[in-house]
Ligand binder design. Structure first.
Ligand code: URA
Length: 237
């Protein structure tokens, strides 16, 4: 498909249409080996590879999106009943994209969507212990005793107790506010850890993964292209 380079870059969330025009003017966009000169230039999405500051944007290369997953959407590539996180990305760029790991249907927050299987494998490998931080609202008063139990490891019905998790109380009240960092990825892990201390998670949002933090400007359902620096952060774990 032939498409104008500025539209292609804006659709891929490199920036707004006027921002990407600025990048083109500054010579930061390359189509294959050539620096793009004009916003009106067309690329062939089947053949051309586009680079922004030497990072492949799309075409034959890899793409990396940061998505703020909204509630009610499933972390899958297709689903007969529910909208998926991939459905949030324009159809023409969906091919081969998948979410890195899963968040529950009712969980919000940081999800990486990419076509880079190696990166996904490294981030999800249980051996790598990539940390994930969640912000949550908890029914009931979260206590220092809970903090100690999260640090010790909890029996959530698996063969082994959970690995030490850092629980940080932001507000202890009838509906408490906390942040918790875990370095495993067991099914419903945060909810099950709170169940193990007889408490219930009523809102859950992932705010970071490894060294990558969710961009606070992204509203639920919004996504953007990862910067080269952020891709580097993910690759360094
Ligand atoms: N823990 C959970 O319980 N749910 C999620 O979606 C992620 C971590």
């Amino acid at each position: 498909m032939l498409i104008r380079i500025d539209k292609f870059l804006a659709d891929a969330k490199v920036g707004s249409r006027s921002e990407v025009k600025g990048y083109i003017k500054k010579g930061r966009i390359r189509i294959n080996a050539e620096v793009a000169k004009k916003a009106e230039e067309k690329i062939d999405t089947e053949k051309d590879v586009v680079y922004f500051d030497d990072t492949k944007v799309c075409g034959k290369g890899f793409v990396y999106y940061m998505l703020n997953k909204p509630k009610g959407v499933v972390s899958a590539t297709n689903d007969n009943l529910n909208q998926t996180v991939i459905d949030l990305i324009p159809e023409k760029y969906q091919e081969e994209l998948f979410p890195v790991g899963r968040l529950d249907k009712d969980t919000e927050g940081l999800l990486i969507v990419t076509n880079d299987g190696v990166l996904a494998h490294n981030l999800l490998s249980p051996k790598k212990h990539v940390s994930k931080t969640y912000y949550a609202l908890i029914k009931g008063f979260v206590t220092e005793e809970d903090v100690a139990m999260f640090q010790e490891g909890l029996d959530i019905g698996e063969k082994k107790p959970t690995m030490p998790a850092d629980l940080h109380i932001l507000k202890s009240q009838e509906i408490s506010e906390i942040e918790v960092t875990i370095c495993e990825g067991k099914f419903h892990q945060v909810k099950r850890m709170f169940q193990a201390v007889s408490k219930e998670v009523i809102y859950l949002k992932r705010i970071s993964m490894g060294k990558l933090e969710l961009d606070k400007r992204l509203q639920p359902g919004e996504y953007r292209y990862l910067t080269e620096e952020e891709i580097g952060l993910l690759k360094s774990k």
